[in-house]
Write a protein that binds this ligand. Structure first.
Ligand code: ADP
Length: 295
């Protein structure tokens, strides 16, 4: 074992935690207008978060609070300026097939059919053709796209494209699914259907999921716990346990749902005083509230 690997493995005893993020800070260097210099912008500061094995963890927060930045770091696509993120006790140093990513806006390959899109990760893993077909068929059916295997992305609705993206991420069997506002681009009704389907798939596959959203309703409906992020700089303000029974069909109209929703809304609202008047914080919170009301 290389020294690096030994050090990484000795890095952290996560207990039943699948992912552990410790003291994460992320700074961007921003170019100054009319000047050659740059200034540091602190997007994330002192972020600590544990995600349990098999947990559905939702991160909610106003736009610009650093949700995508954090998810990119868990994916290994970006590095923290300081701090560490571990998966199964190993330091994350880059992307790997143990983590599947579903982004907003589908990101499908337009020149590939549904089946070929779903098989992409399996091709990378050099899974033989016959096995690839069996696996892709299973996930295409799991997301409700049977009989659409040979369609191209432009022949599908937004909701169907998003299902293909989910099937593609699931097909190569990652232990962790990282989802960045995956349902942001679909209409409200399709979004609810996809949320219900995602819960059904999660219950079947027992993946660990980190799901990023700025919708409070979506967060409460999906999550075992909801990590509430606030901005300027982005950090986790509180992690709220969602003690709602599963399955959650019809739960949105319950008093308990409304109560938890209000609690999270207040956590975001209380952040209002943190920024200056008219700052991004105020605007972001207003956006979070109006978008969650629209759900
Ligand atoms: P969110 O996903 O919560 O909307 P992001 O993670 O996209 O937030 O961004 C967090 C903050 O970092 C924002 O203020 C954003 O403008 C800034 N930011 C993100 N990416 C970059 C970048 N490549 N360069 C400079 N600033 C960035």
């Amino acid at each position: 074992m290389s020294d690096d690997k030994a050090e990484n493995q000795a890095g952290i005893d996560g207990g039943d935690n699948k992912i552990v993020a410790r003291n994460i800070r992320r700074v961007y260097n921003i170019k100054q207008k009319g000047d050659n210099g740059t200034v540091e912008f602190e997007a994330i500061k002192q972020l600590n978060l544990n995600v349990r094995q098999g947990e559905f963890l939702v991160i909610v927060g106003p736009s610009g609070c650093g949700k995508s930045t954090f998810l990119d770091m868990v994916a290994g696509l970006a590095k923290p300026s300081s701090g560490e993120i571990f998966i199964d006790g190993r330091l994350i140093t880059g992307p790997d097939l143990d983590r599947g990513i579903v982004l907003q806006g589908y990101a499908l390959f337009p020149w590939r059919t549904v089946r070929k899109n779903v098989e992409f990760g399996l091709e990378v893993k050099k899974v033989p053709a016959r096995e690839r077909q069996e696996i892709s068929q299973k996930y295409i059916e799991l997301v409700g796209l049977k009989n659409f295997e040979d369609r191209y992305p432009h022949e599908l609705s937004g909701g169907m494209k998003q299902r293909v993206a989910i099937a593609r991420a699931l097909a190569y069997d990652p232990e962790v699914l990282l989802m960045d506002e995956p349902f942001a681009a679909v209409d409200a009704q399709t979004r609810e259907t996809l949320q219900e389907e995602l819960l059904r798939i999660w219950e079947k596959t027992k993946k660990t999921i980190i799901f990023v959203t700025h919708g409070i309703d979506e967060a409460v409906f999906l999550g075992d716990r909801v990590a509430v992020m606030t901005a300027n700089p982005g950090t986790i303000k509180e992690v709220v346990e969602i003690n709602l029974p599963r399955p959650r069909d019809g739960i949105r109209s319950s008093a308990e749902f409304g109560w938890i929703r209000h609690k999270i809304w207040q956590l975001l609202q209380n952040d209002n005083g943190a920024g200056e008047a008219g700052s991004g914080a105020e605007q972001n919170i207003a956006e979070a509230i109006s978008s969650s009301a629209a759900l």
